[in-house]
Design a protein around this ligand. Structure first.
Ligand code: SF4
Ligand code: SF4
Length: 326
């Protein structure tokens, strides 16, 4: 089915491994739509081995670990780190939301084990979205535990960390409560935070008024973003997520080959003809766009994919299916 113009991932630049999608939180901006409702699946050592080997084969010997919340299965996380060490994979950092923090001793004990397996940095999430679910004192606790065991911490973002010191550390704040407490308009508050128009952010921050036909007219041509490997992810199910297009998947063993259009009609269409092509493809299957209400090509793309996911139960490319259910 290949014609030489299809998507082929030949090289991986920089990226990470998603150990799990379940999370303590359901942040309003979450690209992967993680939440406590996802299955409690966690990457196995054998899958981790395959994915690390794949990453290395395509030129990337250092990755980060992300989720979901990777620390929710601490023994599972240690297994993954052992596999990485044994395969000569450098772990650049582990992302965490700090929800697992119970006490300084407990956190320091865990971080000590992580450090012994070669991890030198935690990326600690600090944002108004995370504060809706996690009291700031847990974040401060993990920061203190990092200091105690000599692990670097990268605060995402540092600005919010300092701003939140003005708050009651033991409570959570909704965005609205935070706006009232700090006296800063929400727009200004989150204006400095990098938000990608994907996942849950589509519904919460990228709503719009465009008709599907306008979206298509504004976005001619294929989505070359699908070929971007500058922040790639491979997940616990063996899916490679093209670009930052969460909910789309390429089986890891299909990397390095031009995609088979018969197996990947959605991704192939998006890559060659963009969202306009996908709209035509879905309309043939009964999709009817809303009269208006699309904020971007990605919001139309997601709505179409959600429709297709309900029609094509075993699609290898509309994965994981929970991305479309929750
Ligand atoms: S952004 Fe992070 S903490 Fe929030 S729901 Fe997603 S994975 Fe969980
Ligand atoms: S329209 Fe779809 S394929 Fe294109 S960049 Fe957006 S999410 Fe990705």
């Amino acid at each position: 089915m290949a014609d030489g113009n299809g998507l082929c991932i030949r090289h991986l630049s920089s990226g990470g491994i998603i150990t799990n999608y379940y999370c303590t939180s359901s942040c309003r901006h979450c690209l992967y739509r993680c939440s406590p409702r996802w299955p409690k699946d966690y990457i196995t050592p054998s899958v981790a081995k395959e994915l690390f080997a794949t990453s290395k084969r395509f030129g990337c010997s250092g990755v980060h670990i992300g989720g979901g919340e990777p620390f929710l299965n601490f023994q599972g996380l240690l297994e993954v780190l052992r596999v990485a060490r044994d395969q000569g994979i450098y772990i650049e950092y582990i992302e965490t939301n700090s929800s697992w923090y119970k006490s300084l001793d407990d956190a320091a004990g865990k971080l000590e084990q992580v450090r012994e397996l070669g991890v030198g940095t935690l990326l600690i999430s600090v944002s108004p979205f995370h504060l809706e679910y996690i009291p700031f004192k847990k974040v401060q606790g993990v920061v203190e535990a990092c200091r105690k065991v000599g692990i670097n911490r990268f605060l995402w973002t540092e600005t919010f960390y300092h701003l939140f010191k003005r708050l009651d550390p033991s409570r959570r704040y909704s965005l609205e409560a935070l706006e009232a407490e700090l006296g800063v308009p929400l727009k200004k508050l989150i204006g400095s935070y990098w938000l990608h128009p994907g996942g849950r952010a589509l519904e919460t921050f990228f709503k719009g008024e465009m008709k599907a036909s306008e979206v298509v007219a504004f976005n001619p041509g294929g989505c070359k973003e699908l070929a971007d490997t500058s922040h790639f992810h491979l997940d616990l199910y063996g899916n490679y997520v093209p670009g930052l297009c969460a909910g789309l998947s390429i089986w890891y063993e299909d990397l390095g080959k031009e995609l088979d259009v018969a197996k990947y009609p959605v991704i192939s269409t998006l890559y060659s003809r963009g969202v306009g092509g996908l709209l035509e493809y879905a309309q043939d299957l009964g999709f009817k766009p809303k009269d208006d209400g699309y904020g971007s090509k990605c919001s139309l793309c997601f709505e179409i994919r959600k429709f297709l996911s309900s029609k094509k139960k075993d699609s290898p490319e509309l994965n994981p299916v929970w991305h479309y259910k929750f």
